[in-house]
Design a protein around this ligand. Structure first.
Ligand code: HEM
Length: 499
């Protein structure tokens, strides 16, 4: 009998301890962070236990989203994609706090916060936001995009030199060859579908632009041909779709081993991608030290490291996936948005560089710049305690009439004209901000310029009446139904300029 009481006491004690631990982790710890922000005047919606403000977010999404076509295109996609941010910004101003599960967020759409992000130069100050890290693990692993601290700094040092301007210049010929193959194929399709006439070709350009982007990344960074990379890209895109919905329970508990349908699909895709990447690695290894591309740099670093074979393979596979994702989707989607805007505003088809910049302002592929304070930092005059996730909503900064003027929501590439009024400081961040800005920025701009210059020199673009304007968030902001254009062969070269 005594034994029974002892057992009951142990069970009750263990349950109480577990309950206290859970309450501490899910409520008291985040409440301390919220209190520190509240004390400095940073307010926000009241969270409830245990999911924080998740119900408020769901409610905000209940309103029907706008989809528009033809002349009724509105560039501001925030009411459709981020209605909760819009609502809270109206209630609490440009800096507010909210909570998802036990993760506390500081939402800040102010240029001084962007400026201060740039001042936090130590990898120990700010890391990447850990929100969705568990959900996205199959897609990003511990590669450069999602890692923090010294692990991130090491990978940045390893990868950055591969995207220095002289390296990118050496890649331009490969970009031109890939872009030429694409426009040649479009021209051939126009000719074959019109029997040599020029009534134009209706085309959903997205998949072809993805193929171009995949070809460029594959050849320049990995030396493999697109034929080999094609399978990897298709799998990564499937993986991206599979893990794009937050798995809140896994985020709060860290438990990822449950064989749910999503988990099983992600594991399968992950195994397939790993195998294919390692196949490419084995082929590349034959080139040994002579391989001068990104993959070669990673192979040399892995060979020099003392971390063992599994760690070396992880470094390579994770970063190949990261670069495929970072450099493939982003550029393909930006070029699709760019062609949509050029079709809508044909008068700009001869002046491209400003158009690319304006496209990246209206349709930045990365919708937020996200960080997590690894130790206390000061941003925009607010002391942000360690553990807080900092989200800068890029489109809100880009569309702020206080920063960009009353026409902030309109397509006006001339705002980037050389010699014109300079864009407002710390208010343009399509490639991120601070120490973690996009490594592929020069590469991406070169790739976009090469492609668009060739496209507008060969074709006149108009928007198809079938185009439906519906930006959708799938990790990056994409045209939900693709970009449908009508392409006609240009009667003469318009002489696209980089003005
Ligand atoms: C239009 C095309 C692109 C856009 C809009 C874009 C945008 C971004 C953004 C917003 C970030 C996060 C920056 C931050 O958190 O402050 C990022 C990071 C990154 N991007 Fe890009 N990117 C593009 C193309 C590329 C390409 C072509 C590559 C490589 C081939 C690339 C490689 C990377 C890498 C490695 C990082 C991680 C940097 C780090 O965390 O240290 N990106 N990019």
């Amino acid at each position: 009998m005594e034994c029974y009481y002892c057992f009951c006491l142990v069970v009750v004690g263990a349950c109480t301890l577990a309950a206290v631990y859970v309450y501490q982790a899910l409520w008291l710890a985040p409440e301390r962070l919220r209190a520190a922000l509240r004390a400095q005047g940073v307010a926000g919606p009241r969270p409830s236990f245990p999911y924080g403000n998740r119900a408020h977010i769901r409610q905000a999404f209940l309103h029907p989203r706008a989809a528009a076509g033809g002349s009724s295109i509105v560039h501001d996609y925030r009411p459709a994609l981020f209605p909760h941010y819009d609502k809270w910004r109206k209630e609490y101003g440009p800096m507010f706090t909210y909570t998802i599960g036990n993760m506390v967020f500081l939402h800040a759409s102010r240029a001084d916060v962007v400026r201060d992000l740039g001042l936090c130069v130590s990898p120990l100050d700010l890391g990447k936001s850990s929100y969705m890290k568990v959900t996205h693990r199959p897609l990003f692993g511990d590669g450069i995009l999602k890692s923090s601290g010294e692990a991130w700094a090491y990978q940045r040092r390893l990868i950055a030199p591969e995207f220095f301007p002289d390296k990118v210049r050496a890649m331009v010929d490969l970009m031109v060859a890939s872009a030429t193959a694409l426009v040649d194929s479009w021209e051939a399709r126009i000719l074959s579908c019109n029997n040599g006439g020029d009534d134009g070709l209706e085309l959903k350009v997205d998949d072809d632009l993805r193929a171009y982007s995949a070809d460029v990344i594959s050849k320049t960074c990995f030396g493999s041909s697109y034929v080999r990379g094609k399978e990897i890209f298709a799998l990564i895109r499937e993986l991206q779709k599979t893990v794009s919905k937050p798995n809140l329970m896994a985020e709060m508990t860290g438990l990822t081993f449950l064989p749910t349908r999503t988990n099983r699909a992600a594991w399968r895709l992950n195994r397939q991608v790993r195998k294919l990447v390692l196949d490419v690695v084995r082929e590349t290894s034959v080139g040994g030290d002579r391989t001068t591309n990104l993959l070669g740099a990673m192979l040399r670093s892995a060979a020099a490291s003392s971390g063992g074979r599994a760690a070396a393979e992880d470094l390579i596979v994770d970063n190949c996936k990261n670069i495929y994702f970072a450099g493939y989707e982003t550029t393909a989607v930006t070029s699709a948005w760019c062609m949509m805007l050029l079709a809508l505003h044909p008068e700009w088809q001869a002046r491209l560089a400003m158009v690319i910049q304006e496209t990246l302002r209206l349709y930045p592929a990365g919708s937020v710049v996200s960080r997590q304070a690894l130790r206390g930092v000061t941003l925009g005059g607010v002391h942000v305690p360690a553990g807080v996730n900092i989200y800068v909503p890029v489109s809100t900064v880009h569309l702020d009439p206080g920063l960009w003027g009353a026409d902030a929501g309109e397509f006006r590439p001339e705002r980037f004209a050389a010699g014109g009024k300079a864009p407002p400081p710390h208010a343009y961040l399509p490639f991120g901000a601070g120490a973690r800005t996009c490594l592929g920025q020069t590469f991406a701009m070169a790739e976009l310029k090469v492609l668009l210059a060739l496209v507008v020199s060969r074709f006149q673009l108009t928007l198809s009446p079938a185009y439906v304007h519906s930006p959708a968030l799938r990790l990056i902001v994409e045209p939900e139904y693709g970009v449908r254009l009508v392409l006609r062969r240009a009667s003469r070269s318009p002489g696209a300029s980089w003005a």
